[in-house]
Design a protein around this ligand. Structure first.
Ligand code: 9MR
Length: 380
């Protein structure tokens, strides 16, 4: 017996690491993002048309395996969902919601009131002049109650107002502001609450680590609350790059919003690996810069060292989100694979960027196992 044991021991010792890798601790290869993050926060992703319709079959596979929450990248924006005053197009939004329900995902609606991708008729009359405040209020109410009402009880949270505040803290001079002044903000939240009293309601923006913008959002949250208007959370988009922001600045905003009495969700996360022509870009849609070869250095792939830096920074952000898992309810990536990311064309058209968690062949990047390990390392 003893001899047999001695004989087998080297074999057992050799097999131990193998057993450890596949069975003792769940390795990143077996554990998915949504499993690892289950008790921490929802891990979400924005869906484009190819994913919603199922045309992107490989993408849908990754979606269903890895993610627990979805948001529509474009199809619920006013120019798509409400192209004419008396016509709504719910074709894609209905499929989007059905896909989320089939997979028991947390579904967020994006976005009700936004100056960009705004239906051209929304704020003007037939001659192209601004409508009166009364007319705009009626249009906002009809738009919000029709859309929120249609998905009542099914869409769990709404980005009610998107990007209303500039980086310097001033209110954006949008058509809504021009016609209604700052009153349009509480009105939008009130209309949404009336249409679905159970739904969570969010204010969503980018560059919220700019101190003046951070303060202005805190002020907005407080003023809505003082008026008795429902607001549940602030969405921090998080279109970040390799230089900006500092993790500490991002953290200050998570803390400031929480202290103002709302939840925080990271709503549109992507990390560009490319040089930025200007640090103030964020997701300012009007920004655009001319193409230059030196601003597109990774057309044929990223050197290993640079990729490692990217993985580390992505990991650092998720470490921050995990540290604040009592405040952060959802982290949503702005797309599944690098091939689909809007960052390939923003703020410079025609570059090759690598901002998401899955590569152009739908394979998880090293950052995925880095995030899973970090999630397994923290308690609940
Ligand atoms: O990812 C979206 C892209 O496909 C659209 O062309 C673009 C138009 O503005 O909007 C993108 O999504 C934006 C989101 O709705 C709001 N925050 C900034 C995002 C990136 O522009």
């Amino acid at each position: 017996m003893m001899r047999r044991l001695l004989y087998d021991l080297p074999l057992v010792l050799m097999a131990l690491p193998l057993w450890y890798a596949c069975c003792a601790t769940p390795s990143a290869g077996n554990v998915t993002l949504k499993d690892a993050l289950k008790d921490k926060f929802h891990i979400g992703v924005a869906l484009n048309e190819a994913l919603i319709t199922g045309r992107d079959t490989a993408g849908v596979r990754v979606l269903e395996q890895q993610f627990s929450a979805i948001v529509a990248e474009n199809c619920m924006k006013s120019m798509h969902i409400h192209p004419e005053e008396n016509r709504y197009d719910f074709t894609l939004p209905d499929q989007f919601v059905a896909l989320g329900e089939k997979n028991k995902m947390w579904i967020t609606g994006h976005t009700l009131i936004w100056h960009s991708q705004l239906s051209p008729w929304f704020c003007v009359d037939e001659e192209g002049n601004n409508v009166s405040p009364e007319v705009l209020k009626q249009r906002m109410k009809a738009h919000i109650s029709t859309i929120v009402g249609r998905y009542k009880g099914r869409i769990k949270g709404w980005d009610v107002v998107n990007e209303a505040i500039l980086d310097n803290g001033e209110l954006r001079r949008s058509k809504f502001y021009e016609i209604l002044g700052e009153e349009y903000l509480p009105l939008a939240f009130r209309y949404a609450h009336e249409a679905d009293p159970q739904a969570e309601l969010y204010y969503n923006d980018y560059n919220e680590w700019f101190p003046a913008k951070r303060d202005a959002i805190v002020k907005l949250v407080r003023s809505l609350k003082e008026k008795g208007v429902r607001i549940d959370g602030v969405g921090m988009q998080g279109h970040v790059d390799m230089e900006y922001p500092a993790i500490e600045e991002y953290e200050k905003s998570i803390l400031a919003f929480t202290q103002a009495g709302v939840k925080v969700m990271i709503t549109e996360f992507d990390l560009s690996i490319l040089p930025m022509p200007d640090r103030n870009v964020g997701a300012e849609v009007s920004a655009g810069f001319e193409y230059r070869e030196e601003l597109n250095p990774y057309r044929n792939g990223v050197p290993a060292g640079r990729m490692q830096e990217w993985t580390n920074r992505m990991g650092d952000f998720f470490d921050l989100f995990l540290k604040h898992r009592d405040k952060v309810t959802r982290v949503t990536m702005w797309g599944i694979t690098d091939r689909d990311s809007w960052k390939n064309d923003f703020p410079i058209h025609g570059r090759t960027d690598y901002p998401l968690l899955f590569d152009r062949d739908y394979q998880p990047k090293a950052a995925v196992s880095r995030i899973i390990k970090a999630a397994e390392g923290v308690g609940f």
